[in-house]
Design a protein around this ligand. Structure first.
Ligand code: DX5
Ligand code: ZN
Length: 218
């Protein structure tokens, strides 16, 4: 089970210390939500934040591009050092080209799929994908409610994972209970925001509890 803190929820007045604390607490990678205010109705992090997080850890840092026409902006995030770059197929007409360009740059290609987007809309792209991320909230804001109608889609992507070998990531309202349920369903990794990590006390204790639950359930 991989756990990725959603850095938009971190204390930006104390970012490097937050990264150090999360790193020491045992996170597997850092999740950076990049939003343009057009594809989603919010603006959060940018390339300077990715650079600052990269400078404070040896662990992978991802960029979740919730932006229109991600292909045209890829170089910004490659230059900023993002190790995994997620694009949305709903954000432009060149998803295949963007995924191939990410891999050509030596980074891992991620596909983030909105709650309403069916499996059939992206199945042909799966050979180009290293990380498949299912949005279980409407992207843009932390602290929302989990969208239960995404559960069958998660189960289907878990089946397809056997054929294509991607890591199945869940992003949105991942509480400890949800994480147990979704691990059962076949999810491999979770973006942790306000539902399981931030505002929940000591980071190391929260992560240890999540991992203990996983061990007991296994
Ligand atoms: C949603 C964000 C996530 C996540 C935050 O757009 O990508 O960061 O929802 O975690 P929660 O939902 O637990 O606050
Ligand atoms: Zn995200």
């Amino acid at each position: 089970m991989e756990l990725y803190p959603s850095m938009m929820c971190a204390d930006f007045g104390n970012l490097a210390n937050e990264v150090h604390a999360l790193d020491a607490a045992g996170v597997d990678a850092f999740h950076c939500d990049i939003m343009d205010g057009v594809f989603v109705p919010n603006v959060t992090m940018g390339t300077n934040d990715i650079r600052a997080i990269k400078a404070a850890t040896e662990k992978p840092v991802d960029a979740h591009l919730m932006i229109i026409d991600p292909l045209s902006k890829l170089d910004l995030f490659i230059d900023a050092g993002a190790d995994i770059i997620y694009i949305h197929p709903e954000a432009g007409n060149f998803a295949a080209k963007a995924l191939l360009a990410i891999r050509a740059a030596g980074r891992k290609a991620g596909l983030a799929v909105n709650p309403e987007t069916p499996v059939s809309a992206v199945e042909d792209l799966l050979p180009l994908v290293d990380y498949l991320m299912v949005m279980t909230v409407s992207p843009g804001f932390a602290g929302q409610a989990f969208l239960d109608f995404t559960l069958p889609k998660i189960a289907r992507f878990a089946e397809l994972k056997q054929r294509f070998g991607y890591t199945l990531v869940i992003d949105g309202a991942c509480s400890p209970e949800r994480i147990s349920q979704l691990t059962e369903l076949g999810a491999d990794a979770f973006v942790l925001g306000t539902s399981a990590l931030f505002g929940k006390g000591d980071y190391a204790q929260s992560l240890a509890r999540l991992r203990e639950r996983q061990l007991i359930a296994a």
